[in-house]
Each structure stands twice: as structure tokens, then as C-alpha cells.
Design a protein. Structure first.
Length: 384
């Protein structure tokens, strides 16, 4: 079990916490700052990389993911130096995937060629809507025209480009979503991340919703229809769901995110970044300081990590189940039972199979299309 992480691989997540503006639906650790000393941040990132590598020597690094925030506001030189250091500290895989999240603004798009030259080989773009009125409601500072232009620039620089869309937005109907999704699929995209709008506490939308000022949200049945429309249209266009909210042509799946869902190890660096790292045959959950300045100060002192929690084998088994059931390939039953030290509950498996929520064949357990639509309930049953 000391090598269980190898089933999912080894990745590196770098969190850049800054944005030009804070979107009202966003509950990520993102901040607006007028002045950012990129050299200081680079020094902190490099220090944390070296600390993490000293604990995980000799590993093959499969993926790097720059998330945020808005990493496309990072200087290309900063990105390049982080990539070069990671390559020097670990053994880069021959087909290492290096993803950078980007917004479709003109500043970020103008840097795409420089990011490519730095080593980035995949862009994940936060488009969110192909409707200017809805972009305004979502607090986005780009237009549809700018998003399309940025996508074209990205496509010219990178073989792999994904973008995000949010559905079940205010005043959106299932038919309007159908039209918008077909428009997105016409853009020669090979990966789409399609998320239902959720109202999170602590966000501007959450505050408005609490006082009854967030009007026009679709009813549950309408939102459920949009989910089903998403599955049908993407499947028909050759981008089936390989994860609950992610659709891709064969071979275009996000390898970094699959590291999470296959329950591999990953180092998390930057404010609020989480990680899962196996050290001396024990697996730990890691967490860094959330506040950017506090993380920066701690990293400069030699350790930006806030907490390190030892995970029991039962904890690991439960996390593996919760992650593995999200993907279409499902989870390996033998692996789960080795981690947990027990068998999956036969009565529950039989019941969920009978009502066609899961498929149980050979050494795999996976959710059906119907099961993924109510996945939280299926997972609760399996963990009960």
C-alpha cells in the first residue's frame, strides 16, 4: 500500500491567487491586488518546490497545473522558471502535461505564445458563457467576441485547448443552453468543462441569494434538464463525459485532473493549495496558508504548509471511492478493498445495480449515466 499512489501518478499544482476582478459566484481563493512583486512570488514558489522535492526524490512528474485565480496574469518568465525548476527537481515524464488556466482578456491572450515557449502545452480557458448579458451578470470582464478571439489565438499556439462554461444561469432556459452548447461545440474544441451554477456561502451571489435578490435561477427540474441536454449533445458530438462535469474527445482528457480522480499523489504549492503526498509509506493530506501574504511570508521562512494530516487507510479508501466514482472508468474494486481492509457491501452493490445506478463488472465499479446524475446519493449509499 506504500505505493498505492502510483495507480494515479504524480502531479504538481501551483496556485496563483490573483485576479483582475472577483467574480460574484467564485468561492476559490482569489484576490484582487494592485501591486504584485512577481520576483518575490517566484522566489517563494521555487523555495517550496525544493522543499517538496526533498521529500519526494526520484519521482516521475506526470503533470503540472497552474490554477487560480488567473494564472495567465503571471509573467511568462515566472511560469518558465517554475517549469524549469520542476523539471530539474523531479524526472519529467516523456509526455508531461503542463496546463495553465487563462481568462480570455486581451492581456492574457497576448501572452499565449510566450507561455508555449515556456513549456506550457495545454490551456484551460474560463469562458463561462457565450452570451454578453450573462457574462455581465457573472461579473466577467470579457465579451463573447474577445473570448472567441482568445480561443483562436490559443488554438494557433497549442494543440490542446479546453474551456469552461457555466449553465443553469439566471433566466437561462434548457433550449437556450442547447443552442449555446452547440455553438461551443462548433468551435473545434476537444475538451469542455461544463458546470452547473452553484450558489456558495461567502460569495457575492450567496449574499444576494440569502436576501432574495438573486432572481431568475432555474427551477431544479429545469437545471436537471440542462444536465441531461449536456450529456446527450456532448456524447453525440464525440465528447462523452469522462467525469461528471468534464467532456473530451478520446485522448484529450485532462491528465492532471485524472491524477486527482484516480487518487494519485500531488504536491500543492501556493496560497490555499491542497495536496496528497505519500511519505515513508504513509499518506498525508497537506494544506497551505490561505491568505496570500501569510503564505508568502511562511514560504520565505522555509515552509508554506499550514497543516499535514495523516490519512488512515479507511480515509484513503473513502477518498478513493468518492473520487473514482466521478469518472466513467470508475474504481478498481481490489484497490479499494486493499485500502479499506474489507469488502464492498454486497447488499448495497446488488441494490444499486438492480436500479441501474452502478455497473459492477470484473474488477471495476462505475456509475451509470443515471447514477452520475445523482452521484452524491450513490456515493452516500456505498459509504454507508
Amino acid at each position: 500500500m506504500a505505493d498505492d499512489w502510483r495507480n494515479g501518478g504524480f502531479g504538481l499544482y501551483i496556485h496563483w491567487p490573483f485576479c483582475e476582478a472577483k467574480c460574484p459566484y467564485c468561492d476559490f481563493n482569489s484576490h484582487v491586488s494592485k501591486k504584485i512583486d512577481q520576483k518575490q512570488w517566484l522566489t517563494a514558489y521555487l523555495s517550496e518546490l525544493r522543499r517538496a522535492a526533498s521529500e519526494t526524490p526520484g519521482r516521475v512528474l506526470n503533470t503540472i497545473f497552474f490554477g487560480g485565480g488567473t494564472p495567465s496574469l503571471m509573467d511568462p518568465e515566472t511560469v518558465s522558471d517554475v517549469i524549469d525548476e520542476a523539471r530539474a527537481l523531479w524526472h519529467p515524464s516523456n509526455d508531461m502535461e503542463i496546463t495553465l488556466e487563462a481568462n480570455p482578456g486581451s492581456v492574457e491572450a497576448g501572452r499565449f505564445a510566450a507561455y508555449r515557449d515556456a513549456g506550457v502545452n495545454r490551456i484551460s480557458m474560463g469562458v463561462q458563457a457565450l452570451n454578453d448579458e450573462d457574462l455581465r451578470r457573472l461579473g466577467r470582464i470579457h465579451t463573447v467576441t474577445e473570448a472567441r478571439a482568445a480561443f483562436d489565438i490559443a488554438r494557433a499556439c497549442f494543440d490542446r485547448v479546453s474551456f469552461d462554461l457555466i449553465y443553469a444561469r439566471q433566466h437561462q432556459t434548457p433550449e437556450a443552453w442547447r443552442t449555446e452548447l452547440n455553438e461551443a461545440l462548433s468551435m473545434a474544441v476537444d475538451h469542455l468543462s461544463l458546470y452547473q451554477l452553484t450558489i456558495e456561502d461567502g460569495t457575492a451571489f450567496g449574499d444576494r441569494y440569502a436576501v432574495g435578490k438573486l432572481r431568475g435561477l432555474p427551477e431544479d427540474d429545469s437545471a436537471a434538464d440542462m444536465y441531461l441536454i449536456t450529456q446527450d449533445i456532448c456524447e453525440a458530438n464525440g465528447l462523452p463525459a469522462y467525469e461528471v462535469s468534464n467532456h473530451a474527445r478520446a485522448g484529450a482528457e485532462s491528465q492532471h485532473n485524472l491524477t486527482y480522480w484516480r487518487y494519485g499523489d500531488y504536491v500543492g504549492i501556493g496560497p490555499g493549495a491542497h495536496g496528497r503526498v505519500t511519505l515513508n509509506a504513509q499518506r498525508y493530506a497537506t494544506e497551505t496558508y490561505l491568505n496570500p501574504q501569510r503564505w508568502l511570508d511562511a514560504a520565505e521562512r522555509g515552509n508554506g504548509e499550514k497543516d499535514r494530516t495523516l490519512l488512515s487507510y479507511e480515509d484513503q479508501a473513502n477518498e478513493y471511492l468518492m473520487m473514482g466514482m466521478r469518472i466513467s472508468e470508475g474504481l478498481n474494486i481490489d484497490r479499494w478493498e486493499t485500502l479499506s481492509g474489507r469488502k464492498l457491501p454486497k447488499n448495497t452493490i446488488d441494490h444499486l445495480s438492480e436500479i441501474k445506478m452502478i455497473e459492477h463488472s470484473n474488477d471495476r465499479l462505475r456509475a451509470t449515466a443515471d447514477g452520475r446524475a445523482v452521484l452524491n446519493a450513490v456515493i452516500r449509499e456505498l459509504l454507508s
